[in-house]
Write a protein that binds this ligand. Structure first.
Ligand code: PLP
Length: 380
């Protein structure tokens, strides 16, 4: 039995009729960018997340970039963020001319924390940019309190975390803005690129609406230079069809995660951690394993696809070599990058497929011997 890492065609088959109907409606209407479907999606996603305003943009990277710009982050400013993320997080900081400053992550949750961020704050710090990695929110109550104490703004990278909560509050609640991505593989994925910014504040939403459309609110009057970063009607219409299923898909992810938790317990792997404050939406199910590369290869030989998110932390990326970071600067993030392996988890993954993954993992660990058994054998 082969187990793909992700299979997006299942959703297409499940929703073929309403998706095609939504396309036909848009195509026949003759308005293709920023129309009624986008406005409706903005309202519906904001409501789903418990936020006042949604501003749809071209992708998640732009959602981050425009948020920083709209909140006044620019050249000379420092933004404290996570070294354990996708490069887009850091790119958004560079795009507005600010400097990324890294804080190490928590060894269990893989997110930055008030304790790791505070020592990194300087007189030039303007913002904190936590990443809700793999679908687990950072300690947002703590980071908000820290930001208030130092008069900083908070932009949440929630690209992997739609529907997640911390102490019952969703993404965007504790921040000044939260960025979502609708990249096809995300928990709410479109059929192309897309993104959205969630904010509380009406004035901030209005500025973001200008920034996504050449800095213009009134046609041909440009108040500031902006971007061309808009969502098209087709994507919005398709995403609205899928949004109706997101609660069920999130529950399916959580049920699959619980099955992995039960089936992989006690094997010497570090399984995903869920603090009491958090509702985890499992964009990815990621374990830490001593011999990650060997396990990935072993599973591949059995037809099971497991992926590495992420092999190289941000502070060691070639593009950031000018910032002067060195191996060893953020040991927790570096260790996670060496040992993390994400297992197949998506709505539609069958119990039989999941059992096959777990059999594969167990077979590998028994073949190699658990780390403690191996250490004993080797007389350590
Ligand atoms: C996907 C992702 C982004 C970027 O989103 P795009 O829509 O691909 O631009 C940013 N940050 C994180 C953590 C992501 O997973």
């Amino acid at each position: 039995m082969s187990v793909p890492f992700l299979d997006l065609r299942g959703t297409w088959e499940e929703l073929r009729t309403p998706l095609l109907r939504a396309c036909a409606k848009v195509l026949s209407q003759g308005r293709y960018i920023l129309g009624d479907e986008v406005a409706a999606l903005e309202r519906e996603v904001a409501a789903y997340c418990g936020m006042n305003h949604g501003v749809a943009v071209g992708n998640g990277t732009d959602a981050l970039t425009l948020s920083l710009r709209a909140l006044g982050v620019g050249p000379g400013d420092e933004v404290v963020t996570s070294p354990f993320t996708f490069f887009a997080t850091v790119e958004s900081i560079l795009q507005v001319g600010a400097t990324p400053v890294f804080a190490d992550v928590d060894p269990r949750g893989f997110t930055i924390t008030p304790a790791t961020v505070e020592p990194r704050i300087t007189a030039r710090t303007k913002a904190i940019l936590p990443v809700h990695i793999f679908g687990l929110m950072a300690d947002m109550a703590g980071l908000r309190a820290l930001a208030d104490a130092y008069r900083l703004v908070v932009v949440e990278d929630a690209c992997q975390a739609i529907g997640a909560t911390w102490r019952g509050f969703g993404i965007g609640h504790y921040g000044d803005a939260a960025a979502l991505s609708f990249f096809p593989t995300k928990n709410l994925g479109g059929y192309g690129d897309g993104g959205m910014i969630l904010v509380h504040d009406a004035e901030l939403a209005a500025r973001l609406r200008r920034l996504r459309a050449h800095g213009s609110a009134i046609k041909y009057i440009h108040e500031e230079p902006g971007w061309n970063s808009r969502l098209d009607e087709l994507q919005a219409a398709l995403l609205r069809v899928k949004l109706a299923h997101l609660p069920a898909w999130t529950s399916a992810r959580q049920a699959l995660a619980a099955r992995y938790d039960a089936g992989l317990a006690g094997l010497g792997l570090q399984l995903p951690w869920v603090p009491a404050e958090a509702n985890h939406v499992y964009h990815l199910y990621t374990v830490l394993v001593p011999d990650r590369t060997a396990l990935q290869r072993f599973l591949a030989e059995r037809g099971i696809e497991a992926h590495v998110y992420y092999p190289l932390p941000m502070h060691l990326q070639p593009a950031l070599s000018g910032l002067g970071y060195r191996p060893g600067d953020f040991p927790v993030a570096e260790r996670i990058c060496q040992h993390a392996l994400s297992l197949p988890l998506y709505p539609g993954l069958t119990a039989a497929q999941q059992d096959e993954v777990m059999r594969g993992v167990r077979a590998f660990l028994h073949r190699r011997g658990a780390p403690s058994a191996r250490a004993e054998k080797e007389g350590r």
